[in-house]
Design a protein around this ligand. Structure first.
Ligand code: GP9
Ligand code: MN
Length: 693
C-alpha cells in the first residue's frame, strides 16, 4: 500500500514538473508569438552591434563580449518597449525609425573605424574639417561591403512586418487596454537587465566609462549604443557648464591677473636657450623614486641617473593631473593651466583657446610637432594637438607597428625612438628651428609585459660565507612578482630606450643645437603595500618588518602622496660642469614649466598660473587639482584638512588658510579660463547672450 502511495506521489511530482515545463514553454512560445516584431527589433540591434565589434576588434572575446551583448540587449529592450505605446499597426513605424537610427550608429562607426581605428564622437561633428574628412571617407569607402552589411537590420524588420501584415497578425495580437501594461512590463524587463549589467561592472569599467577616451574598451564592455549615448552626454555637458556665469567668471579672471605680478622679468637664465631646438620627452609613468634606486647593485634608471647628474635636475617636481592623466599633464605642461574640474580638457574642451608653448615658439619661427606611436584619437590628441599649436602630429599611422614590436599599449619605446630619429633627421634638414614632443608609451600600467622588458631582476641576492669558508648565494624574492617590482622592470626598459635614443640622436648629429626636456607625466598608480615591501623588506621571513622594528621606515598616505613625484630635467650635450648643471630642490609643479622654459627660450604667457622657478624660488606653491597643495615647508591634504610638516619651521594656521584660499582661487580661475573660453579674444566682440560657449 505504502509503495503504491509513494509511486503515486512520484508520478504526481513528475507530472507537475512536466506540466510546469509545458506551461513555461507555452508561455515562452506565446510571448514570442505575440511579440515577433519587438523581438526582431531587439535581435537585429544586437546582431548589428556585434558585427561592428567583429569588424573592428577581431578578437572573439571582444566581439562576443557577454557584457557588451547584455548592454546591447538592455538598450534595445528599453527603446523597443516604447513601441507598445503605439497601436499594433503603427508599431512598425516606430520600430523601423529606431532601427534605422541604431543601424546608422553602427554604419557611421564602421566607416570611421576603418579610417581612424577609433569610434566616432558627436563632438567631432562640430568641426567642419572633420565633416569634410568623413564625407570623403564615406564616398571612398562606400563600396566596402562590411560597412553596408548593417542594413540587414531594417531589411529583416521590414520583411517580418510585411509577413505579419499579410497574415493579419496585427489585428489579432492585443486589445487597447493591454498596450500600457505591455510597455511597462517590457520597460521593467530592461530595468532588470540594466541592474544585472550594473552589478557586473568593475571599478575599471566605471573609470574608463567616465573618462570616455578609451573608446575601444567602452565599446567592448558597453556596446556601441551605450558608448554613443555616453559620448553625447560628454559633448553636451561642457556646453551646459558654460551657459551660466560668464560675467562672474570674467570678472574673477580679470581681478586675478590684475593682482598677479607681471613675471616677464629677467633673471640669470633669461634667453640662455634662445634659438635652440627642443626635444621634449613625455616620459610615461616615470617617477622620481626610480632614480638612483638599485637592485643587486644594478641601477633601475642608468640613463636618467646620468642625465640628472649632467643636466639641470628638478628633484622636487610634481605632476598635477586629474582624471585626464597623460592628457592633463600635456595640458598643464603646455599651457600652465590646471586640469578641468569636470571632464577633461582634451576631451570636453578641445575647442577652447589655449596659449601654449608650441604656439609661442611658432611665433618665433619654430616648426612644431608631436610624436606618439599610438592611436591619434587617444585622449582626443588628433584634435587637441592641432589646437595646442603643433604643426604636425605623427601618430600610429606614421609608424611601422607590427605584432612583433609591441609592448603593452602599442609600439615599443625602443622602436618608437628609432623610427622617430629618421623623422627628426628630415625635420632638421628642412627647418631652421624646431620644437617636438615625443610621448613614450611602454612604461604604462599594468606593467605586465615583463618578458619583453629584458633582464632586470628585482630580487635581493645575498652571498653568505659558511662555517667551512665556502660561500653561497641566497636569493630573496623581494619585489619579484609584485606590481611595483614589475614597474621597475618596465621603467628599466623605458630608461634603456631613452639611452639608446640619446645615442642615436648624437650619431645623427641632432644634439648639437638641441635642448632635451624631460618630464614624468604622472606616477605609476602603484599599490601602497608594495612600497611598504620595498622600504621595509624583512628578508629573513620574506615579509614586511613590524612597525616596531628599529629599521622600519614609515610609509603612510602622506609619504605615498609625496612619493608620486616625477622627474623634470633639462639637459644639453655640453651642460655638465657649467652653471646650468645643478639640482633644484625647491618644490615645482607642471604648471611652472611653461614660465620657466619661457624665460629660457624667450617667450611669455601673461595668463600662466605657474611661475618661473628661478623667480619664485623657495616661495613656490604647487596646487593639485583636488585642492591639496605643497610648499617647501608643508604638504596639505584638503580632503583630510590635515597637513604634514616638511621642515623644522613652525606652520601657522594663518599660512594654511592663506594657501588654501590661493589654491581655491587658482583652481577656479583655471577652470573658468577653459570652461568659458576666456583666452578667446574674439569673445569680447560677441553679443552678451552668445558668450557662453
Ligand atoms: C595613451 C597614453 C597613455 O596614448 O598616452 O595615457 P594615460 O593612460 O597614461 O593617461
Ligand atoms: Mn600617462
Amino acid at each position: 500500500m505504502k509503495k503504491i502511495k509513494t509511486g503515486f506521489h512520484n508520478l504526481k511530482d513528475k507530472l507537475s514538473i512536466t506540466l510546469k515545463r509545458l506551461k513555461t514553454e507555452h508561455l515562452i512560445s506565446q510571448y514570442m508569438k505575440n511579440n515577433i516584431l519587438f523581438l526582431t527589433f531587439v535581435i537585429t540591434a544586437v546582431i548589428n552591434s556585434t558585427i561592428l565589434r567583429f569588424f573592428c576588434m577581431h578578437m572573439v572575446e571582444n566581439y562576443l563580449s557577454v557584457k557588451a551583448i547584455l548592454a546591447d540587449v538592455t538598450v534595445a529592450v528599453l527603446i523597443g518597449s516604447f513601441g507598445y505605446l503605439f497601436k499594433p499597426k503603427n508599431r512598425f513605424t516606430y520600430l523601423i525609425v529606431a532601427n534605422i537610427f541604431l543601424t546608422a550608429i553602427c554604419m557611421i562607426n564602421s566607416v570611421y573605424y576603418t579610417f581612424y581605428t577609433s569610434f566616432a564622437s558627436v563632438s567631432m561633428l562640430s568641426l567642419t574639417q572633420y565633416i569634410g574628412d568623413v564625407g570623403d571617407a564615406v564616398v571612398e569607402n562606400v563600396l566596402q561591403l562590411k560597412d553596408i552589411v548593417y542594413i540587414i537590420g531594417p531589411i529583416a524588420l521590414t520583411i517580418v512586418h510585411l509577413n505579419l501584415k499579410k497574415k493579419n497578425y496585427y489585428k489579432k495580437i492585443e486589445i487597447k487596454s493591454e498596450r500600457k501594461k505591455r510597455m511597462l512590463s517590457t520597460l521593467s524587463a530592461s530595468g532588470i537587465l540594466a541592474l544585472i549589467f550594473l552589478i557586473t561592472m568593475t571599478p575599471l569599467d566605471v573609470s574608463r566609462f567616465a573618462k570616455q577616451w578609451n573608446k575601444e574598451y567602452i565599446v567592448m564592455r558597453f556596446g556601441i549604443y551605450i558608448y554613443q549615448a555616453n559620448d553625447l552626454i560628454t559633448t553636451i555637458q561642457p556646453k551646459i557648464n558654460s551657459m551660466f556665469g560668464y560675467d562672474k567668471a570674467k570678472k574673477e579672471f580679470t581681478d586675478y591677473f590684475a593682482d598677479v605680478k607681471d613675471e616677464a622679468e629677467k633673471n640669470e637664465y633669461s634667453n640662455i636657450f634662445a634659438g635652440k631646438n627642443v626635444i621634449v620627452i613625455h616620459a610615461e609613468s616615470m617617477q622620481t623614486n626610480g632614480i638612483g634606486l638599485k637592485f643587486n647593485d644594478q641601477e633601475v634608471t642608468p640613463t636618467l641617473n646620468r642625465l640628472t647628474k649632467e643636466g639641470m635636475y628638478f628633484s622636487n617636481f610634481y605632476s598635477q593631473v586629474s582624471v585626464g592623466t597623460s592628457s592633463d599633464s600635456e595640458l598643464t605642461y603646455n599651457t600652465s593651466l590646471m586640469p578641468t574640474k569636470s571632464g577633461t580638457a582634451f576631451v570636453s574642451y578641445y575647442d577652447r583657446t589655449y596659449i601654449s608653448t608650441p604656439k609661442l615658439l611658432k611665433e618665433k619661427g619654430y616648426y612644431t610637432f608631436s610624436m606618439h606611436a599610438n592611436n591619434a584619437d587617444f585622449w582626443n590628441r588628433r584634435i587637441m594637438h592641432e589646437n595646442l599649436g603643433y604643426d604636425r602630429f605623427y601618430s600610429k599611422q606614421d609608424y611601422n607597428v607590427t605584432k612583433d614590436n609591441i609592448i603593452g599599449l602599442g609600439l615599443s619605446d625602443k622602436e618608437f625612438f628609432k623610427q622617430s630619429v629618421t623623422k627628426l633627421k628630415k625635420i632638421n634638414e628642412k627647418n631652421e628651428n624646431w620644437y617636438g614632443t615625443l610621448i613614450m608609451l611602454s612604461n604604462h600600467t599594468p606593467f605586465s609585459d615583463t618578458e619583453k622588458y629584458g633582464d632586470f631582476e628585482v630580487n635581493m641576492k645575498e652571498t653568505i660565507t659558511k662555517e667551512d669558508g665556502t660561500t653561497e648565494e641566497i636569493v630573496h624574492p623581494y619585489m619579484e612578482g609584485t606590481k611595483l617590482g614589475n614597474y621597475f622592470k618596465s621603467y628599466h626598459y623605458a630608461d634603456e630606450a631613452l639611452g639608446e635614443f640619446i645615442d642615436e640622436l648624437d650619431e645623427a648629429g641632432l644634439l648639437e643645437n638641441t635642448v632635451l626636456v624631460l618630464y614624468g607625466d604622472h606616477d605609476g598608480r602603484l599599490p601602497k603595500a608594495d612600497y611598504n615591501r620595498l622600504y621595509n623588506y624583512d628578508k629573513e621571513n620574506d615579509d614586511i618588518l613590524s612597525d616596531e622594528d628599529p629599521n622600519y621606515i614609515k610609509f603612510d598616505s602622506y609619504q605615498y602622496e609625496l612619493g608620486r613625484k616625477v622627474p623634470f630635467l633639462i639637459w644639453t650635450k655640453d651642460m655638465a660642469g657649467t652653471k646650468l648643471n645643478q639640482e633644484i630642490t625647491n618644490v615645482m609643479g607642471m604648471y611652472d614649466v611653461m614660465p620657466t622654459l619661457g624665460n629660457m627660450f624667450g617667450f611669455y604667457n601673461k595668463y600662466q598660473l605657474g611661475h618661473d622657478i628661478f623667480n619664485i624660488k623657495e616661495n613656490n606653491i604647487v596646487v593639485f587639482p583636488n585642492g591639496n597643495w605643497v610648499t617647501n615647508k608643508v604638504y596639505y591634504n584638503s580632503q583630510k584638512e590635515a597637513y604634514l610638516s616638511l621642515s623644522d619651521e613652525a606652520i601657522s594656521e594663518e599660512e594654511i588658510k592663506k594657501n588654501n584660499e590661493y589654491a581655491n582661487k587658482l583652481l577656479d580661475v583655471s577652470d573658468n579660463i577653459i570652461v568659458f573660453d576666456l583666452l578667446n579674444e574674439n569673445k569680447e566682440a560677441m553679443p552678451e547672450e552668445k558668450k557662453g560657449v
